[in-house]
Design a protein around this ligand. Sequence first.
Ligand SMILES: [Fe+2]
Length: 210
Amino acid sequence: MSNRSLTRRTVTAGLAAGAAAALLPPGARSATLGYKFRGPAPDRVLGLAPPPACTPGTIGRTAGPFYTPSTPRRTTLLEPDSGGEPLVLQGLVLTPDCRPVPGAVVDLWHCDERGRYDNRGFRYRGHQFTDSAGAFRFETVRPGHYTGRTPHFHVKVQGEKTRLLTTQLYFPDLREANRRDFIYRGELLLRLDRAGGHWRARFDFVPAPV
Ligand SMILES: [Fe+2]
């Protein structure tokens, strides 16, 4: 294929995409993930202070082979028979200058305490939208080990005016397992503590602007 026809095809595709976007009614925009942006979730009143500086943006990591789209919208991934150690994962979605991104999608998935993913249903899978402070909060459990990987959460994050961020989060108390993991990055460590019988983990995401 010549450069010329490649350019013409690219331009034509770009125009078609632009025309389709222009025809969308207000409020009908969807994240790349397919979830319709609905505006901010009801305030969670978490009182999370934004960090003093947000740039550079959060680095991406592979989704791996176990992502399932169209997960339930929910704030707890706990099941009546959940094993493992309960954990609250919370944080903010922010712009590169530390302003909140309200109404952003946060889609979380991870393996269970024994390192198994549910690839048929939605166990330990769910999404929610950030509130007006850009805050999200999931109740879940600490993911276990599976062969070849340090324990991790998988997350996809997208605001109405941001690119899709696909990344992973890691545990600061698993230093040796993290060191052996070829996908691990120290920038993606959770802030982790333990309170009232459960783990509390915090991470703030800064997806790249569109
Ligand atoms: Fe994984």
